[in-house]
Design a protein around this ligand. Structure first.
Ligand SMILES: [Zn+2]
Length: 93
């Protein structure tokens, strides 16, 4: 009987992409605990695809927020009232 253990360092294993993506919303809202955030950053350091995903997600969120600032007003500035009315009527059909 040997005490040889599989190479399992005392450190925790890297979080998987799935775990990282579960954290994503909290990460963007900066609601992660320092520990979780550390795990998140650890994964990003070794996973370019998650970095890319995070970047595109951030961009989407930023664009989404820009659009959501005041959609009514923004729409009325560029769309004539008659067209807006036509769109509303079309939706109810
Ligand atoms: Zn990943």
């Amino acid at each position: 009987m040997t005490s040889a253990s599989p190479d399992r360092p005392s450190q925790r294993p890297y979080p998987t992409c799935r775990e990282v993506l579960d954290f994503l919303m909290s990460y963007l809202d900066e609601e992660l605990s320092p520990d979780q955030r550390h795990e998140f950053d650890r994964h990003l350091a070794v996973c370019p695809s998650c970095v890319n995903y995070l970047e595109s997600y951030k961009t989407a969120v930023r664009l989404g927020k820009a659009v959501m600032v005041d959609p009514e007003q923004a729409a009325e500035e560029v769309v004539p009232e008659s067209l807006l009315r036509a769109i509303r009527e079309a939706r109810t059909k």
